[in-house]
Design a protein around this ligand. Structure first.
Ligand SMILES: *Cc1c(COP(=O)(O)O)cnc(C)c1O
Length: 495
């Protein structure tokens, strides 16, 4: 058994993991998926003594079999080192009635660091293996967190350029400063006059532009992606689902084979899809709870089988989830239609032309692994306050969306299974809203002032990454219209 990859659309040939990681996205507009999701035929109990890195090797090597054992282990050890401020990399914290899986202990304070710390190594290894000596241009759209995590990961790496597009007015002050102060000759950061969907659609169009692709080829360069459309981003995210389960098992909080829930604050459906893959691999999961903010297109989809993006785009306090076109849902659709690429192609065409599609009843039956819910802005804020008042525990706005939806789920279903909430960002990334929620915000305070207030109120230190930002020089001031993204890329690359 050796895993190969193909596009969710069209009848392309199978390619190796390395090729899929380098390409990022298929030329026919589809996303790369493994030809099977391997089922683990072993006893999870045998894994409890593994640390994060050992487990990461075990999971990643199954999906990416074309890397040598020593090479991959070396990549993983370099990726998951002391740039994370916890030995556990993704520590699990028990609070109130749940377990919070803190995924924000990396350099940029959001969960994107977990996969993006490894991706540059995978990409470099893949390029070496394929004998590629082209310049790789990482083209990325960000709703706020991927951008910095990718910039941080790829800055200064030889043979790579990274271009990041973020919605100019759609990210927090800290998120924006993190990106526009990025050093490195190979980094380019551009504010798009539009929202994340505009930025992501623009990037996908550039990927699918064959004439631009040819121009790049003539210049000995090629595009790749740091978004979760790249399978190299997705697979490392499977690791922490297993790791948190094993932590609970090790600590005697759950019994062998006990099913647990995961609640995932969701935007592009990447993080939760990794959880779905984990379940298919055999992790005992009861429900995957998909939590949305007021951009609740996924909630409606999971409840009705109709995906309809024709609705107002809202700017919320959880900007990294302000998304109406969830890219990775395509990979899930592919699974529930029995991997029929013609069905995927048809539905995605409808999404493109009409902005909506409806799945068959049979496919709907197979969505039962998920529960969908959403939190209003008001609920998000009151959840932050409640958890802080009751437990002294501060969560960010995205995590609050998840926790609120979990409370709704429990009230509705009475399901008392042990539950892990994926905590996707540090509260210090969204300090203004968090301070506002707990009642310590005053008109006119910027994110830095808020960080001081929050630190004092919660008794937790301000992360160095936030403190340092204040005096950093702004290096990127480029702005472009949403229809001018291609032009901007051509200008940057001189093609
Ligand atoms: C990216 C992000 C999300 C959404 O993750 P998806 O994989 O896009 O569903 C949630 N919370 C935070 C803080 C993020 O940065």
């Amino acid at each position: 058994m050796s895993i190969l990859y193909k596009s969710t659309r069209g009848k392309d040939d199978f390619i190796t993991a390395s090729e899929a990681i380098i390409k990022g996205m298929a030329e026919n507009g589809g996303l790369y998926v493994p030809n099977e999701i391997p089922r683990l035929e072993c006893n999870l109990k045998d894994f409890v003594s593994m640390d994060f890195r050992e487990l990461a090797y075990f999971i990643v090597h199954i999906f990416f079999p074309d890397f040598q054992e020593n090479t991959l282990k070396d990549f993983i050890n370099k990726a998951y080192d002391n740039k994370f401020d916890s030995d556990h990399i993704t520590p699990l914290v028990e609070k109130a009635d749940s377990f919070f899986l803190e995924l924000f202990h990396g350099p940029t304070l959001a969960f994107k660091d977990v996969a993006l710390s490894l991706l540059p190594y995978l990409l470099k290894g893949a390029a070496e293996k394929e004998g590629i000596n082209k310049k790789i241009v990482i083209l990325t759209a960000t709703s706020g967190d991927t951008g910095k995590a990718a910039l941080q990961a790829f800055a200064g790496i030889q043979g790579v350029n990274i271009i990041v597009f973020y919605p100019k007015d759609g990210v927090s002050q800290i998120q924006k400063l993190q990106m526009v102060t990025q050093q490195g000759d190979n980094t380019f950061v551009i504010g798009v006059e539009g929202n994340f969907d505009d930025a992501q659609t623009g990037v996908k169009n550039i990927f699918n532009d064959t004439s631009l692709g040819k121009k790049l080829e003539m210049n000995k360069a090629a595009f790749s992606s740091a978004n979760s459309i790249n399978i190299g981003r997705l697979v490392p995210q499977i690791v922490y689902y297993f790791y948190s389960y094993l932590t609970l098992l090790k600590e005697g909080k759950i019994n062998e084979n006990e099913k647990i829930n995961f609640v995932v604050p969701t935007g592009n459906f990447g993080n939760i899809l990794a959880g779905y893959y984990a379940k298919k691999m055999g992790l005992p999961v009861n429900k995957l709870i998909c939590a949305s903010n007021e951009n609740n297109v996924l909630t409606d989809f999971l409840n009705s089988g109709v995906y309809d993006k024709n609705r107002p785009f809202k700017v919320t306090s959880s900007p990294s989830m302000d998304i109406l076109i969830s890219s990775n849902l395509e990979r899930f659709i592919y699974e529930i239609c029995d991997r029929d690429d013609t069905i995927v192609e048809k539905l995605m065409e409808q999404l493109k032309t009409q902005g909506s599609y409806k799945i068959s009843d049979g496919m709907g039956e197979r969505m039962k692994d998920f529960y969908g819910g959403f939190a209003t802005e008001e609920e998000t804020f009151s959840t932050i306050k409640e958890l802080f008042d009751d437990e002294g525990y501060v969560i960010d706005t995205h995590t609050a969306v998840a926790y609120e939806v979990y409370k709704q789920y429990k009230a509705k279903t009475g399901d008392l299974s042990n539950t892990v909430i994926l905590s996707t960002a540090s509260p210090f990334k969204f300090t203004k809203n968090v301070c506002d929620a707990i009642g310590i915000y005053e008109e006119g305070m910027d994110d830095f002032k808020c960080a001081e207030r929050l630190s004092k109120a919660a008794g937790i230190p301000i992360p160095e990454q936030v403190k340092n930002l204040k005096n950093k020089k702004i290096l990127h001031t480029r702005v472009c219209a949403k229809y001018a993204m291609k032009e901007t890329v051509e200008k940057i690359l001189g093609v």
